[in-house]
Ligand binder design. Structure first.
Ligand code: CTP
Length: 394
């Protein structure tokens, strides 16, 4: 079900130029409505119309934040704010005001990088008596051109924290393993065999699960799609099918749910040449690469003895989607299989959308409409959670 969210964004100082456009647009993209409150120093830098035009709602001046505005907010994100402002926002009168907010209050203080402020950060992060959540910079420096730079949580990390704070934590306590992206099979120092997967579907699953409170491990091949900076997502980069197999097998017994979304290479070159293979070696113009099967990770988990997680596979098909998907569900012994037809427009590699049909072990089939990969991820997680509860009850 669609749930409408509202956030109050408070911005102070030069961070308005580096963070605000990105934060406002990415929150809007996630369907979050917002009010933006600027302090005087931020207003002086960008003027009155900047945030109004970006957010589509009239600007609020910081001192004019009312109880009504706070009461209408599902969360408050003060990002970035100066150190002075950060102290102010956790004084008693502001702590009393925060009680009107429906959800959490997050503060991302900005520091000048040249200052030794470890002690100040420590003191700040213990302020607020649990009423505020601190987003401290973690090796993050924002460049502000001729104005210098600031140590402050990046807009991406602020976004992840805000979305998590506004999402129902129905996967809290669950450990989820996701495989994503392609694998890369090398056969000399400069050449390899791979496929067209960008990792976008796997990253969407990891992100949506982390927003819902899960502890996520994403084992991924070299991907073009970035992993968002979320404390609940642990990335385990690998390269070949064999290294993905090893990384997954070392972790999977501890997991509650495993979603195998990676486009694992089915074959890998038998021989690896330590030196670059010269083209003169193929005088007849033909080059043959002898390949062997890689281990099938999904199949290995499906047929492993002992404790195993609820197991979800993916299947990218170009024909006979239903028949092949049903056969994979059975033969790999998984609990659920999500199939997509990669030949359909808007479904498959390197696009933002997907159209997936979910095949369940009890024979039922859920056909999802074409949606963004993040919405597909949400629905796949819903169906998996339902299956896990059902399995636990029986
Ligand atoms: N898979 C895996 N290990 C492999 C190959 C595939 O874990 N070596 C997983 C994929 O991550 C996916 C599922 O198996 O969850 C199905 O992958 P797919 O490529 O569609 O099918 P294959 O089993 O490789 O069979 P085929 O290529 O013949 O369709």
């Amino acid at each position: 079900m669609l749930s409408l969210k509202r956030i109050l964004l408070i911005v102070d100082g030069p961070g308005v130029m580096t963070h605000t456009a990105s934060l406002v647009t990415s929150l809007l993209r996630q369907g979050v409505a917002m009010r933006v409150a600027l302090t005087e120093s931020a207003r002086l830098l960008v003027g009155d119309y900047f945030t109004t035009m970006l957010s589509g709602t009239p600007l609020i001046r910081f001192p004019e934040i009312s109880e009504k505005i706070l009461g209408d907010s599902d969360a408050v994100l003060a990002a970035p704010v100066s150190e002075k402002m950060a102290w102010l926002l956790c004084e008693d009168d502001w702590l009393a005001k925060w009680k009107h907010v429906k959800g959490p209050v997050m503060i991302a203080p900005a520091f000048l990088p040249q200052e030794d402020n470890a002690e100040v950060r420590m003191m700040l992060s213990s302020r607020g008596g649990g009423a505020v959540q601190w987003l401290m910079a973690e090796d993050e420096t924002t460049d502000m051109g001729s104005l210098g730079s600031l140590d402050v949580a990046s807009p991406e990390r602020c976004l992840e924290a805000a979305m998590t704070a506004m999402t129902k934590q129905d996967l809290a306590g669950k450990r989820i393993l996701i495989t994503a992206g392609p694998t890369v099979e090398d056969f000399d120092p400069v050449r390899f065999v791979t496929n067209r997967s960008t990792g976008r579907m796997g990253v969407a699953l990891a992100r949506m699960a982390a927003w819902r409170g899960a502890d996520v491990t994403i084992v991924h091949g070299p991907m073009t799609w970035p992993i968002p900076p979320h404390g609940g997502i642990h990335a385990c980069p690998v390269r070949s099918a064999q290294s993905m197999y090893d990384a997954v097998m070392a972790r999977v017994a501890y997991m509650d749910l495993a979603i195998l979304c990676a486009a694992v290479a089915d074959f890998t070159p038998i021989n690896y040449s330590n030196v670059k293979i010269k083209k003169q070696k193929s005088a007849d113009g033909v080059f043959s690469l002898e390949m062997k099967r890689t281990p099938d990770i999904l199949d290995s988990i499906g047929h492993a003895s002992g404790r195993r997680p609820f197991l979800v596979g993916f299947a990218a098909e170009s024909d006979h989607v239903q028949a092949y998907a049903q056969a994979k569900l059975e033969s790999k012994n998984c609990d659920m299989l999500c199939a997509n037809d990669v030949t359909k427009p808007g479904s498959g590699f390197a696009v933002g959308t997907n159209q997936v049909t979910v095949f369940k072990r009890d024979g039922s089939v859920v056909e999802l409409p074409q949606m963004s990969k993040e919405d597909v991820a949400r629905r796949v997680l819903d169906i998996a959670l339902e299956g896990m509860s059902h399995r636990a009850a029986n």
